[in-house]
Design a protein around this ligand. Structure first.
Ligand code: 9MR
Length: 349
């Protein structure tokens, strides 16, 4: 009993001194996550926060070399009225990226959410809808040509059972809206990499197969699809790590670039009362982040588009305001201080 106790104490001391070492060696942000890996390491970011929130801006600037706009490049923002485009905020983000050597990933051209009212209420023939889709994509992609390296062309088009989601696009154009969207995006910027982006791909094999089969079928017809975004809004407990790496493998083996496009790891999926993050969960989270980065490192470099983290600090995470629960899914805490997950990555990559 006594020796068991002392083994336990030594174990605890080892874990905590190790953690302390990791924490102290990562606290000053002198190192950059992006420098630690051979692929792009990105974050979702909001320009007003970069400009007005000093620690946020410092993290984006020092840690990442790729940026995705969280909202300002979605249809409701960029295309508020049929004949009006609003570029200001997205242009400013593009200028920031150009002047700070960040790759800019465009998110997202065709989605069933964050649509402007005029599209939601649009009445027209199939030909009118085709014109709408075409103009929307050509206008936006042309505007950012040369500034945006890649686009999520179609986002979340599938249901969990593998059928196509019944969105406003599908209702009015049938399934063909997907291939058309890719064709128009390529027409507007032949150099931009074009992605299909979705969630649950690692967790749900039925959806994953349906997406891969469908995209393969489109590509066989010549549709220009370069890659697949695995969003990866995941949890400490699931999916299993092996499912994540198997999914990455399945995607590249089907000859698609792999983008881990919206990574965050929730530690409170059951919405429990949680005033602060339990240490044990933070350690599990750190291990899971590291697993994902290491698994990603192993896929062939020519298929690595990058890993994008969906938020800077826990306080910025969409999870808190969407689900109204306290959660701690990101690499930096509410005070923009590195969490064990960040330290784990910076010390072990
Ligand atoms: O993070 C985004 C949040 O600020 C918005 O309120 C929300 C609206 O649906 O969209 C969030 O981002 C989503 C992304 O665009 C697509 N995949 C799921 C993301 C989290 O909901």
């Amino acid at each position: 009993m006594k020796s068991l106790l002392s083994i336990g104490v030594i174990g605890f001391l080892l874990v905590s001194s190790c953690q302390k070492e990791e924490l102290s060696s990562c606290g000053n942000l002198n190192k950059s996550l992006a420098d630690k890996v051979e692929f792009y390491c990105g974050t979702v970011a909001d320009l007003s926060q970069i400009v007005n929130n000093q620690p946020y801006g410092q993290i984006v600037n020092s840690q990442f070399n790729s940026v995705t706009a969280e909202n300002s490049m979605k249809s409701a923002y960029l295309h508020p009225n049929q004949n009006t485009y609003y570029w200001t905020e997205a242009d400013e983000l593009a200028d920031y990226c150009a002047s700070h050597s960040k790759r800019l990933h465009g998110h997202t051209l065709i989605w069933h959410k964050q649509l402007p009212d005029w599209i939601l209420n649009y009445q027209g023939s199939t030909a009118d809808w085709e014109k709408l889709l075409k103009e929307h994509i050509l206008e936006i992609v042309s505007h950012f040509k040369g500034k945006v390296a890649s686009w999520d062309v179609v986002n979340e088009a599938f249901n969990e059972d593998g059928t196509l989601r019944n969105s406003i696009w599908k209702e009015n154009l049938g399934a063909s809206y997907i291939e058309k969207a890719f064709i128009y995006a390529r027409e507007a910027d032949p150099n931009a990499k074009l992605f299909y982006n979705d969630y649950s791909l690692a967790i749900n094999p039925v959806k994953r197969s349906a997406v891969l089969n469908y995209l393969n079928h489109l590509r066989a017809k010549g549709t220009p699809i370069d890659g697949i975004g695995m969003q990866m809004h995941i949890f400490n407990g699931f999916p299993e790590n092996i499912e994540i790496s198997n999914t990455m493998d399945e995607i590249w083996k089907n000859d698609y670039l792999v983008h881990i496009s919206e990574l965050d790891i929730s530690i409170n999926p059951q919405s429990q009362q949680m005033l602060s993050a339990p240490d044990k969960e933070l350690r599990r989270q750190a291990e899971k982040y590291l697993y994902i980065f290491k698994a990603y490192e192993r896929i062939p470099a020519r298929y690595q588009f990058g890993i994008t983290i969906w938020g800077v600090s826990d306080n910025d995470s969409w999870i808190r305001y969407t689900y109204n629960r306290n959660d701690f899914p990101l690499l930096f805490d509410d005070n923009y201080l590195p969490k064990p997950a960040y330290c784990k990555l910076i010390s072990n990559l």
